[in-house]
Design a protein around this ligand. Sequence first.
Ligand code: ATP
Ligand code: MG
Length: 269
Amino acid sequence: MGPAFEIEQQAAPMMILQTKGLTKRYGELTIVDRVDLNVTAGTRHAIIGANGAGKSSLFHLITGRLNPTSGNVLFNGEDITGRSAHKVVKCGLSRSFQITNIFVELTARENLRLAFQAAYAYTSIWSGLKIMRASAEKAQALIESLRLHSVADQIAGTLSYGDQRRLEIGLALAAEPKLLLLDEPMAGMSQSAANEMLALLRAIPRSITLLLIEHDLDMVLKLSDHITVLHRGQVLAEGGPAEIQNDSRVQEAYLGKPIAPENLSALHA
Ligand SMILES: Nc1ncnc2c1ncn2[C@@H]1O[C@H](COP(=O)(O)OP(=O)(O)OP(=O)(O)O)[C@@H](O)[C@H]1O
Ligand SMILES: [Mg+2]
């Protein structure tokens, strides 16, 4: 390979995740339909679409929880189609755990410490004691960035909903993923809890790519660089927030009405 080729490669944005013709059928029903997704490394990429559009199913196909009927999933250019969920996590792709994955009878701090210990056990040859110490330090640092310091030593099951959801993201971050998938991180939250979540997501370093599903359009516009709109399993539109807002097909199919001026202003917040 000559140097000219290398320069060309650097100029092109690196795709951390791609799907090619990804499809899931249940009998006659096609819930994910030939989806080509291109997620650039370092971006905050949102997937939006009405209820039942196939968003969560698309995540399940990417993370190995569901097997596609056809099509492929590429992570860093490597074909990971059909790999088990466990193997997908090992290659650097993580999704936020459901609430039930928090150990509700342990404290927030203990949850994070265990998550780091598990991650170290995968990747390092350190002794148990060294792993325990490093995990405790990392847990402390993460507690600060998750804004959980005031409740760190409380039993996780007793934390508020918002605190539990942020803890959940902390557990996913402990695996030090390259790509983090979040399925509706702000669902069911009060405005103030949603704003705390937004601050947390914005503070995640760009070395971690975020791919998120979110219904709260205001939050999507505040957070994302790129948006893919799913409609009945298919990609209806994609582009930057401004493009998506002005797309008449999106307004009709997904929003059912023109976007309210207060949402347009969110773009410039
Ligand atoms: N195991 C299954 N068998 C048959 N149909 C399914 C199955 N799982 C999901 N579906 C259907 O696939 C479609 C897409 O579901 P999915 O949960 O991916 O949508 P979604 O976009 O995440 O919706 P929401 O916004 O409500 O979370 C829905 O119509 C759902 O009923
Ligand atoms: Mg869903």
